[in-house]
Design a protein around this ligand. Structure first.
Ligand code: 13P
Length: 253
């Protein structure tokens, strides 16, 4: 049984005050018996404030990225030990905005992923195709390549300490969600590829869907067999919609 996970990726939004308020509203709005795991990834600078508010709650905290090094002359980077100091247990790696806007390569993403695991942080490895790649019929080839680039370095067993997020680039921030069938098809493909490498890892690893998930479409996505929760952007910035998405995951768990 895979326990669903719903993570809010707050991206570069809000203020210190609004981030703390959002954290408070999520903590107080969660049901006392919550069968799904919940996490939030605020901007780095809001992590200390949010961390204080999440203390003692079930809500996990994560970075939106993590350095491929422990410390040193790496201007602008934040390391896994630094994230851990503030209670982070998650880190997003390989988000399409990092790949596309900031040119992060598969090799760098693999190194970030390994650093997270080395320090006991669960990487949420994002993979997904662009619209052009989908229309060219290359979706499976692209996600397989992105996944293998990391597993080739870190090994299949690393997925015992990681989460995969399938985020089709064309569905991110566009309001154009993949249909539940489109998402399920890719999730099932990813899991099938992993079965060949290690059936147990394949059946245990959680594969989240991300891309315009909201309170209205979450349930139909989460009802799919190989969708184990979501990585939520825009709809995670309001407690009401994020909590409704968590509720949808609970109902489908
Ligand atoms: P949206 O939910 O805003 O489409 O963003 C998805 C995403 O990129 C989560 O990492």
């Amino acid at each position: 049984m895979r326990r669903p996970l719903v993570v809010g990726n707050w991206k570069m939004n809000g203020t210190c005050q609004s981030a703390v308020q959002l954290a408070d509203a999520i903590v107080s709005g969660l049901p006392s018996e919550c069968q799904v795991e919940v996490g939030v990834c605020p901007s780095y600078v809001f992590i200390p404030g949010v961390s204080e508010r999440l203390a003692g709650s079930m809500v996990q905290l994560g970075g939106q990225n993590v350095a491929d090094q422990d410390s040193g002359a790496f201007t602008g980077e934040v390391s896994a030990p630094m994230l851990k100091e503030f209670g982070c247990s998650l880190a997003i790696v390989g988000h399409s905005e990092r790949r596309q806007v900031y040119g992060e390569t598969d090799a760098l993403i693999a190194a970030r992923y390994q650093k997270a695991i080395e320090h006991g942080i669960t990487p949420i490895l994002c993979i997904g195709e662009t619209l052009e790649e989908r229309e060219a019929g290359d979706t499976f080839k692209v996600v397989d390549g992105q996944l293998q680039a990391v597993l080739g370095q870190a090994g299949i067993q690393s997925l015992g300490h990681a989460v995969i997020a399938y985020e089709p680039v064309w569905a991110i921030g566009t309001g154009r969600t993949a249909t539940p069938e489109q998402a399920q098809e890719v999730h099932a493909h990813i899991r099938q590829q992993l079965v060949a490498q290690d059936p147990e890892v394949a059946s245990n690893v959680r594969i989240l869907y991300g891309g315009s998930v909201n309170a209205d479409n979450a349930s139909s996505l989460f009802s799919q067999e190989d969708i184990d929760g979501g990585l939520i952007g825009g709809a995670s910035l309001k407690a009401d919609s994020f909590l409704a998405i968590v509720q949808a995951a609970m109902e489908n768990s």
